[in-house]
Write a protein that binds this ligand. Structure first.
Ligand SMILES: [Zn+2]
Length: 342
């Protein structure tokens, strides 16, 4: 969300409190891989990439090496991985996608996505349902869609709390295009009824044209030909689950199906389901609409949705004590949506 910035002092957890949280996670969710990162508890871009390497080292038969899928406007690599049995082979299995950090100040989504990755990897051998899922799906992840914006926040606020949202496009008198307003096709990017700004300094500036930004093109090219069935593009915050269309005409031919998926998922965590215009404000040029039917010849039809994870009191950089609970309340919805990919 574009959101009100909540400034507050976030109490840091002690080392023993962090250990207790991870022990609790292991006991109740079978996850001990997620730790606390250097940036207020959140992983930095470098730490995300190191974690992907570590996952590959620990679980070489369940995850690919991190794949360079393209570079940002400042030249940073955007990485994706796939979790599946025979991860380096392309198998005839339905595909699901999870992304995060499209907006650079929303790291709670990334920690939630990384938690789900560890859940799949660490429970494969002990949990038959997880084994079935990993054996019968190809589950892709792009944990940091916007590395430049995220690194910019690290340079201004190395302990977390940076409030930069967009990519690092130099607009002349301001920086940044909102990547979640930069997707085509033109009919969505420029939809009547609004949902993005034409003013470069605005938080929701859409850029000069659909796919004017390299990060958006990287995602577009990554999707092409993969025939993803479901996708969750994680953002923060407001405890919502948002589905297409973000812009006019709001209703899709599959709105009933979306509402069924979202209704099931939000029953698990108490979030509110609906379209962006119902829950927040119109969004045009967003990921989800493009995924859903923006380019059917390349992508088919992807049932893409946006969780806005974390509550209003959490804001963009929830305190450390909230990282695991937010990830855990989204675990069952994440599992459900991988199941639904078929
Ligand atoms: Zn966002």
């Amino acid at each position: 969300m574009t959101g009100i910035v909540i400034t507050k002092t976030s109490p840091l957890l002690s080392d023993s409190e962090k250990r207790a949280t991870i022990i609790d996670s292991k006991t109740n969710f079978g996850v001990e891989g997620l730790t606390y990162g250097l940036m207020g508890g959140y992983y930095t871009y470098a730490e995300i990439n190191a974690q992907l390497d570590s996952m590959k080292a620990r679980f070489p038969n369940l995850i690919t090496s991190k794949m360079n899928i393209g570079t940002s406007i400042e030249g940073r690599v955007i990485y994706a991985v796939k979790i599946s049995d025979n991860p380096d082979a392309t198998e005839n299995e339905a595909r699901a996608l999870y992304t995060s950090l499209t907006h650079a100040r929303e790291p709670g989504g990334m920690m939630t996505v990384m938690y789900y990755m560890f859940y799949l990897l660490e429970n494969y051998n002990s949990n038959p349902a997880v084994k079935y899922l990993v054996d019968n799906r190809e589950i892709y992840f792009i944990p940091c869609v916007n590395p430049d914006g995220y690194e910019y926040n690290r340079t201004t606020n190395p302990n977390g709390g940076g409030q930069f949202r967009k990519n690092r496009r130099n607009n002349g008198s301001s920086y940044g295009v909102d990547l979640n307003r930069n997707f085509g096709p033109m009919a969505y990017w420029n939809a009547a009824g609004g949902g993005s700004s034409t003013t470069p300094s605005d938080l929701d500036y859409r850029g000069t044209a659909p796919f004017s930004e390299p990060e958006a093109i990287v995602v577009k090219n990554f999707l092409a030909g993969k025939n993803f069935k479901t996708a969750l593009n994680y953002h923060t915050y407001s405890n919502l689950l948002i589905f297409p269309y973000g812009c006019l005409p709001y209703l899709t031919p599959d709105s009933t199906t979306f509402l069924e998926f979202a209704g099931d998922m939000t029953a698990m965590n108490g979030y509110s389901p609906g379209t962006a215009s119902q829950l927040l404000y119109p969004v045009r040029g967003g990921f989800d609409d493009y995924y859903y039917d923006g380019e059917p010849e390349a992508n088919g039809k992807i049932f893409a949705m946006t969780p806005e994870c974390g509550g209003d009191a959490d804001g963009f950089w929830p305190p450390q004590s909230r990282i695991f609970p937010i990830a855990q309340e989204n675990l069952n919805p994440n599992i459900y949506y991988t199941w639904s990919s078929r």
